[in-house]
Design a protein around this ligand. Structure first.
Ligand code: NFA
Length: 101
């Protein structure tokens, strides 16, 4: 009656979900030199000169450009580091993040 039932097993259904990805977005401004934006993209996002230049030009022409997608923590850390690199030089360079649809 009050014996502990050692035979009962609770079957756990493993729920494996992909972490949602977050975009890092480069925002255009009128002051940050193009070469500096390109150098930050190369350093923080491991882009080649060519990739970095394309992203910089796209943001320059369209107002913003998706740089890459990462898990939320990585996206936020990289956006902060890249924005800080500009701030240290006195530039208003801005990287933001937003969740993917
Ligand atoms: N618009 C800036 C310029 O003409 C370059 C730039 C590109 C800045 C992309 C920020 C983002 N110097």
């Amino acid at each position: 009656m009050s014996d502990i039932d050692f035979e009962t097993r609770t079957k756990t259904v493993p729920k494996v979900e992909r972490p949602k990805l977050h975009k890092v977005i480069l925002v255009n401004d009128d002051y940050t030199p193009r070469e500096f934006v390109t150098s930050v993209l190369k350093a923080e996002f491991r882009m080649t000169e060519d990739q970095a230049h394309r992203v910089m030009i796209t943001a320059h022409q369209k107002g913003s450009c998706v740089v890459a997608v990462f898990t939320r923590d990585v996206a936020e850390t990289k956006a902060t580091r890249a924005t800080d690199a500009g701030r240290r030089k006195g530039y208003p360079l801005l990287f933001t993040t937003e969740p993917e649809e």
